[in-house]
Design a protein around this ligand. Structure first.
Ligand code: SF4
Length: 95
């Protein structure tokens, strides 16, 4: 089933007007787990990384974060493909 991700982090490479996330996939984990791994960790092998991390536990939403965040001003390559707004909109309309 298609997913639709709303996000307000406007300096992320994947953010789009109206608070849309255009990342093909994202990795969300706990703050401690995210802090203990380099930023490049979720890069191109997200399924493998998610498997390695396994299950984590958080006491509240304040203790979770999006590991796929990529500062839009950073010169390095973004970790996952960026979808077009049309692809995201079509996906949401089908659900
Ligand atoms: S990748 Fe994460 S931080 Fe970036 S727009 Fe999507 S949900 Fe927000």
């Amino acid at each position: 089933m298609p997913q639709h991700i709303h996000c307000t982090v406007e300096n992320c490479y994947y953010w789009d007007t109206g608070n849309y996330c255009l990342a093909k996939e994202i990795l969300v984990t706990t703050d401690p787990e995210a802090s203990s791994t380099p930023e490049r960790v979720d890069a191109t092998n997200m399924m493998e990384v998610a498997s390695e991390i396994g299950s984590t536990s958080a006491r509240s939403c304040m203790a979770t974060c999006c590991k796929t965040f990529h500062d839009k001003n950073r010169s390095s390559s973004p970790p996952v493909p960026k979808l077009s707004r049309a692809e995201v909109t079509q996906s949401a309309q089908k659900s």
